[in-house]
Design a protein around this ligand. Structure first.
Ligand code: MOS
Length: 737
């Protein structure tokens, strides 16, 4: 029954992608397409005093320039601007709404022209005068203004326990603002279908979220507005919320009553959401034997003035390790910047970085091996909720990761290992993420020739959703994977929330399992209409679909082909539309904790004279339930490791606080790892059986791969050099200071 699930199946959309037939949001063509270009604010805070568009309008080919003064109507209530994943607290940003400027790089005008080059040139001619107001963008300078959120759930008296602990570690860690930098630029093509109807090709992680949002913002009916996103060139969380360019593309189409394409520039991508700069303060108190008495974790993160974006940075500290007491607080510094956003493993990438560096420092203080310390604090239960895990093979992650890495050869003394002119450092860290599930509906149509279409409004953000859906459907329907066609990324298809949180593969696979169960039941019923049916008297649980036929599980000689079953049923196809049913059958809230785990081992080699750091080896051992696709799965984890290398050594959005403006708004000066920075990455999937979480035993893989990586590298850098750098990225100047 599992020809495809659990194998290294290649991407079914791979050929379309490498041959260029896969189309992205900015590539859909239509007659009479006009092009937009955004003019962005050059101040961080204030009012627009005057916008002079006369020079721009004189450029031949310019059709219009929209500003807050002359734009078509937009909804007025905050509620209309709230998308499915907007922060609960706040007033969402509205592009070209009024004269207020709330961040540097905010769109203040939209030039519309016959050609993109004309639009972009004319945008440079728009003159904006501002009434500037004082702004604040520096977290370090304004950390004391941060407000604490009411979400702390303390355990015992952590302050007292820390003060009394025989071995203590206290330090502050820092993660700078990072931008997602997906390869594909933010783009929307709003196709004017006539009669006020629109089809919008948008770069998004959730087509129905964008559809609902646009319908509210423009007061349109869902039938009149279809949102499509068949492919996405990288999301990483940047496309969870609708971005402003989709509003502006539709605004332009409404103004011109024709189709409009708007693609942001790379520079303008830095005026969207970001992983918020965060200060993380950790206090760990331990006994001499390495058991924890106290964990305190305080995070201070950036958000905008207008929305409170906050994720769980601190809760991981209490969840992961056994400790008699724990205390956490998450604070927000509201600054004159756009609202922060989810970015791959939001909260965990940052919070667990701090926790796992602090644990390494505690291990040094205790003279304990870092793996041994984690084993002494190992918890079989979620310490926050005091719940058992549905499955937790973290111990195996430590064991298999350490073995594959050769950890037992490590000399614990800093600066003790060398390779020629280079210092060698070995570090490790734990990773943890949630195993989330969301309601997803799939529609499956199986025809008599054994071909099937699987459809849902899910997105494939590059993670391999198309392939995973085809694998599961092929196995469940008992047909070759080439017989499966997958339709997704279309708001008119059966319901799905945004793709994020590492929940999509699990949720949609489960929905397919439920839908194919219904198809199997239909087919059996049809087959049993045949007089003396070979499958007579059997229930749907007694049979499986395999090799294009219904087959008795007990007696494989009792079989009816799909074509015969449909013939006896008098139908040419069987269609079912069903949602996953993880509640209450397989997922009882409150009965178990559901998490994925990892153990990351990293080797760095550092040129002693120059301080240049290379991450020469990473082993990431992951426990994430059953793995549907070993190829796309390993690809997710190794991609996460590359992100972790960037987080540890390269990535940092630099703001000139005098102007509140990003200085390195380009991928020449915003550094991400390139091929030369990426060496040997080994991904291990630890066997983890989970009968409780869902019928297929699946968790998720999109985010666990990054968690812990930056800490493992930072710990390796300390081991190599004896210098502890706590503020990321670890650049050579910090090693030399
Ligand atoms: Mo993810 S940061 O939920 O796309």
């Amino acid at each position: 029954m599992t020809t495809y699930i659990g194998t290294a199946t290649s991407r079914i959309d791979g050929i379309a992608k490498v041959t260029g037939t896969a189309k992205y949001a900015g590539e859909f063509n239509t007659d009479g397409l006009a092009y937009g270009a955004v003019v962005a604010s050059t101040i961080a805070k204030g009012r627009i005093a005057r916008i002079d568009v006369s020079e721009a309008l004189r450029v031949p080919g310019v059709l219009d320039v929209l500003t807050h003064d002359n734009r078509p109507k937009l909804a007025e209530s905050d509620d209309a601007w709230k998308d499915d994943v907007a922060p609960e607290v706040g007033k969402p940003f509205r592009p070209l709404y009024d004269d207020k400027v709330v961040f540097n790089g905010q769109p203040v005008a939209l030039v519309l022209a016959e050609e993109w080059e004309i639009a972009r040139f004319a945008a440079s001619l728009v003159q904006v005068e501002y009434k500037q107001e004082p702004h604040a963008t520096d977290l370090h300078a304004h950390r004391d203004t941060a407000v604490a959120l009411e979400r702390a759930k303390p355990r015992g008296n952590a302050d007292k326990a820390f003060a009394a602990a025989p071995v203590r570690h206290e330090a502050e860690y820092f993660i700078p603002t990072e931008h997602h930098n997906p390869m594909e630029l933010y783009a929307s093509t709003a196709v004017w279908d006539g009669g006020g109807k629109l089809t919008v090709y948008d770069k998004t992680q959730g087509v129905q979220n964008v559809q609902r949002y646009l319908c509210k913002v423009f007061e349109m009916k869902p039938d009149d507005l279809r949102v499509m996103s068949p492919f996405m060139g990288g999301g990483f969380g940047s496309g969870l919320r609708p971005q402003y360019q989709v509003v502006l593309a539709v605004l332009g189409a409404k103004a011109l009553e024709r189709s409009v394409r708007l693609v942001l520039t790379r520079q303008q991508m830095y005026g969207l959401g970001y992983r918020p700069a965060t200060i993380e303060r950790l206090r760990l108190g331990a006994k001499a034997d390495g058991t924890l008495d106290a964990i305190s974790h305080e995070a201070i993160a950036i958000t905008s003035r207008y929305e409170d974006f906050a994720r769980n940075d601190t809760g991981w500290s209490g969840l992961l390790y056994k400790s008699a007491t724990a205390a956490y607080v998450h604070k927000l510094a509201r600054l004159d910047l756009p609202t922060a956003a989810d970015q791959r493993a939001p909260g965990a990438a940052t919070g667990v970085y701090a926790l796992e560096c602090a644990m390494d420092e505690l291990a040094v203080a205790l003279k304990l091996d870092p793996v041994e310390l984690r084993l002494r604090c190992y918890s079989e239960r979620d310490q926050n909720e005091d719940l058992p895990y549905s499955s937790k093979q973290l111990r195996e992650c430590y064991r298999q990761g350490a073995e594959a890495f050769g950890w037992s050869e490590r000399n614990p003394a800093p600066r003790s290992m060398r390779d020629g002119k280079e210092l060698v450092g070995w570090g490790m860290a734990t990773g943890v993420w949630e195993a989330l599930q969301v309601p997803v509906t799939t529609r499956i149509t199986l025809t008599a020739n054994g071909h099937a279409e699987v459809a849902s409004a899910v997105s494939d953000i590059g993670t391999g959703t198309y392939t995973v859906m085809a694998q599961v459907a092929a196995d469940m329907l008992g047909v070759p994977i080439d017989n499966i066609s997958v339709k997704l990324g279309d708001s008119s298809l059966p319901d799905s929330p945004v793709e994020g949180g590492s929940w999509m593969a699990t949720s949609v696979a489960h929905a397919i399992a439920v839908t194919t169960d219904a198809i199997r039941a239909d087919l059996l019923q049809y087959a049993q209409r045949q007089p003396n049916s070979p499958v007579g008297g059997l229930t749907a649980d007694d049979v499986k679909l395999t090799n294009g036929a219904i087959v008795s599980k007990k007696d494989p000689s009792r079989t009816v082909s799909l074509a015969d079953a449909m013939r006896h049923g008098g139908v040419e196809r069987v269609e079912q539309t069903k949602a996953n049913n993880f509640r209450p059958d397989f997922f009882t809230p409150g009965s178990h904790a559901h998490n994925t785990h990892s153990a990351v081992f990293a080797e760095v080699k550092i040129d002693e004279q120059l301080g240049v750091i290379r991450v020469t080896r990473v082993v990431n051992a992951v426990a994430a339930g059953r793995i549907i696709n070993l190829k796309t799965g390993a690809n997710q984890v190794s991609g996460g490791v590359v992100w972790g290398i960037g987080m540890a050594l390269h990535e940092e959005t630099s703001v000139d606080h005098r102007f509140g403006r990003v200085m390195n708004a380009n991928i020449a000066e915003y550094h991400v790892p390139v091929h030369a920075d990426v060496h040997d990455i080994k991904v291990i999937f630890v066997d983890e059986k989970d009968d409780e979480i869902n019928p297929l035993g699946l968790k998720g893989l999109g985010e666990i791969g990054i968690v812990g990586v930056a800490a493992a590298i930072a710990n390796a850098v300390y081991h190599a050099t004896g210098t502890r750098v706590r503020d990321l990225p670890i650049t050579l100047d910090k090693l030399r200071r």
